[in-house]
Write a protein that binds this ligand. Structure first.
Ligand code: AMP
Ligand code: MG
Length: 541
């Protein structure tokens, strides 16, 4: 184990973003349009009675912090926004974005404040960011605050995704502020007071597609170029792209970098599809340039497999951000990023070529993901595309819990032979929401599929045990089910934070099967089918 610090004062900061990019010269904190700058200096709002609810021990360790530091008063003070360490340099960054397909102009960190960039002992860069720590010049008409329910959802889901092995921003801590925040949760004219909270998010950087779109839209190409040069240098150092004598990257390098962004975005979306994650608000301001899942708002997890499902009530009509549309929307967002780079590249064909790498990467990575979900060592194009397609057709025919189905499918084989029809069905039974409605036709279709799957498995050299072990490493047992989030939120609202911490510890081992935690692997109970917060979420947070 690497060396661990016993005090927050031991952290080393290297605030490259604010040291490299131009600052908004205005220091006062009021809402405004900001041009010619990448960020505004701003201080977090003081909270009257901050209280730590939970911290991520793994994230603390990644920052070289000894766990004992997280129980100190200073830790709560710093990560609720009440204390700024001397080496920190708090700021809010400015970006634009396309929201639901329309250009929205300047957005920016309306309730996020970067505290600074930690450089760890092994030279890893982590930006610390408070979400919900008060207004910034980019808060527009809103208050810069966040409520407990959305903060719990962001905190737990970030860490759940990380432990699932999916590229994501992380979370270090969640604190109550002691203040109340007014929210009209259902947008029906009934605002209520809720508990305010602050999450400390952590990522190498929080740069979004929208950061590049805004200077391009304002025709500020000098600022655009500065931001690109900065990003390639600090966020993509491993690409090791050469700079010219003016310390700038050539068009070829910018294109190479853009291609890398396309590839990373493709891989991130394939990972979402693997576990049934639906982001819910894939606006271009919610797309990380690093290919990380970012901004956990009205996201959700597929319960019954349904490619048309969206968790976001604001998206209920168009369903732009439905599960099955995520690969297309990611590409649409990349096209917007390409448009932002065009003024520097000045030719469309190389950008279009780079965009092709999105589809190529998606297809290749998706194929190996599907093969691994089915316990196949390699994707065989002749048979496996159809095999997977037929299975997803079946899963959509009757209400089938995707997570449970794949976990159970791993058990439907004994030595080299498939179990008989009836035994196989019994094993799969827990995955069905309405098993009594499964018709004979459905059962026969399922059986036909199982037979072709069995035939395919005969080409493999793995034993039933090996196959199960391999499948259990890609098909999670515990995902952050929508109703589990809601149960933890209900308890937290009454002052009981144990369920938040219990969930965190279960979600740290999503591929395990632990008898003591079996209830976390259950399918959605009937009461949660239509309950707000479980089935549908609004953007109010
Ligand atoms: P989102 O839909 O959460 O990605 O937010 C879109 C934009 O609205 C971003 O610029 C956010 O910073 C801003 N925003 C969302 N909620 C608030 C809030 N309560 N106060 C200030 N700005 C907010
Ligand atoms: Mg956002």
């Amino acid at each position: 184990m690497s060396q661990l610090y016993h005090s927050l004062d031991d952290l080393k900061f290297d605030n490259s973003f604010v040291n490299t990019l131009p600052a908004d010269p205005i220091e006062d904190n009021y809402c405004r349009q900001v041009s010619n700058a990448s960020f505004s200096n701003v201080r977090p709002k003081l909270s009257s009675a901050p209280k730590l609810i939970s911290f991520s021990a793994e994230m603390a360790e990644a920052l070289n912090l000894h766990e004992s530091v997280c129980s100190t008063k200073t830790f709560t003070e710093v990560f609720s926004g009440n204390k700024v360490l001397s080496e920190m340099h708090p700021c809010a960054t400015v970006y634009g974005g396309h929201q639901f397909g329309n250009w929205a102009g300047q957005l920016g960190d309306g309730r996020a404040i970067n505290l600074g960039e930690v450089l760890t002992i092994d030279n890893t860069r982590w930006t610390l960011q408070l979400k919900g720590a008060g207004p910034t010049p980019y808060s527009r008409t809103a208050d810069g605050l966040a409520v407990l329910r959305s903060s719990i959802r962001e905190y737990l889901c970030s860490e759940a995704m990380y432990h699932l092995g999916i590229p994501t921003t992380r979370a270090l801590s969640i604190c109550l502020t002691g203040e109340e925040v007014e929210r009209d949760m259902f947008y029906d004219g009934n605002p209520k007071k809720e508990l305010g909270a602050v999450v400390c998010r952590v990522a190498p950087s929080f740069t979004r597609f929208g950061h590049f779109q805004l200077p391009a839209a304002m025709q500020n190409y000098d600022l655009l170029r500065k931001l690109i040069d900065y990003t390639i240098r600090f966020d993509f150092p491993e690409m090791d792209l050469p700079v010219d004598s003016a310390n700038q990257f050539s068009n070829e390098s910018i294109l190479e970098w853009f291609q890398e962004v396309c590839k990373r975005t493709a891989m991130m979306v394939v990972e979402w599809m693997r576990v049934g994650f639906v982001h819910g608000v894939m606006n271009t301001d919610n797309m990380s340039i690093l290919g990380l899942t970012i901004d956990y708002g009205p996201y959700g997890w597929l319960e019954n497999y349904d490619p048309d499902w969206t968790p976001n009530t604001t998206d209920a009509n168009g369903r732009r951000y439905r599960y099955g549309n995520q690969p297309q929307v990611a590409l649409w967002n990349l096209v917007q990023l390409a448009n932002a780079l065009y003024p520097l590249i000045k030719e469309s064909s190389p950008l279009e070529n780079a965009l092709k790498s999105y589809q190529e990467t998606y297809d290749r990575y998706n194929q190996s993901m599907l093969a691994s979900k089915l316990g196949l060592k390699e994707f065989s194009p002749k048979t496996d595309g159809k095999l997977a397609e037929d299975l997803f057709q079946l899963l959509g025919k009757v209400e089938t819990d995707m997570t449970i189905f794949f976990r159970k499918l791993a058990l439907v084989q004994k030595t080299q032979n498939f179990l008989d029809e009836e035994t196989a069905y019994k094993i799969l039974l827990p995955a069905y929401y309405k098993p009594n409605e499964n018709t004979n036709q459905y059962k026969s279709d399922l059986n036909i599929w199982l037979k072709s799957y069995n035939r395919r498995l005969q080409d493999e050299r793995s034993s039933a045990d090996e196959r199960q072990r391999a499948m259990d490493q890609v098909n999670p047992n515990y995902v952050f089910r929508n109703y589990l989030a809601q149960l933890a939120i209900d308890e937290a609202s009454t002052g009981n934070f144990q369920p938040v911490n219990d969930l965190l510890s279960v979600l740290k081992k999503p591929y395990a099967s632990d008898e003591n935690n079996h209830e976390y692997a259950h399918k959605r109970p009937e009461w949660a089918r239509h309950r707000p917060g479980c089935s549908m979420l609004s953007c109010s947070s």
